[in-house]
Design a protein around this ligand. Sequence first.
Ligand SMILES: [Zn+2]
Length: 278
Amino acid sequence: MPDTETKQEAFTLTPENYYSDKANVLYLSNSLFKSVYGTPAAPYPCEAAALLGEKERTEALLIGGYVDAAFEGDDAFKKFVEDNESDLKLKSGKGFYQFVKDADRAIARAKRDPVFMSYLAGEHQKVMVGEIAGHPFKIKMDDYQAGVQITDLKYVKSAGEEFNEFLKRRVTFVENYGYDIQGAIYREIVRQNTGLVLPFNIAYITKEDPADFGVVTIPDEMLKDALEFVEMSLTARPMALVRKAPKRCLRRSCKFCRDQQVLSGPYTYEQFEARAKT
Ligand SMILES: [Zn+2]
């Protein structure tokens, strides 16, 4: 598609236009990849919901951004609070919601730990672009220490194992939410830009009271497997095909497909039963 290539040359990705519609059409990102292709622990998401559905603004996303901003710096934090004031502050105007106060407590606790903080002492929200399996990718790193390491900050429910229904076993949050895939993509794009293969860490803080926190380096093997998964997924079904005709998953649990459904007649009881499992 020479047309797309020309457009891409004229567009320079910056931290400001990173989330723009144009950037999202020109580049794949970790989050778009996962919402279209899934992860080994959560395979087969809904392509139609990922591309055509409304972007959900969940409390988890909002507070994740809040915690990221708190570690990014005073200016970034002030701006985030200003931009999201109506969602963070009580309607009465008197102070913040409890989930924001809980985050403040967790942030303050982690900030008292020098080792934790040393992993977040690099360049914040560093943007880079590259290519995986012929697909242009963009990344935005929470913390980038050139030549040393990449660290992503996560504010999670807990660091305890969770049961994964697809894998039928208990897994860590890293595996459950595909943070190894994120690490694989980040590391590969940094390698293309610098020639260096860097360690990828997750610095996590939990929503528990008191908060648990830690830093974990994702093993090389896990990152290699995850990169292979990304390459195989993109080769098997290139993004251009997905964009042309995104498939609906037709699952009962999919908000997008539920909203779009048109009945063609009654279900047989077997069909109804099968749908109940989806
Ligand atoms: Zn669906």
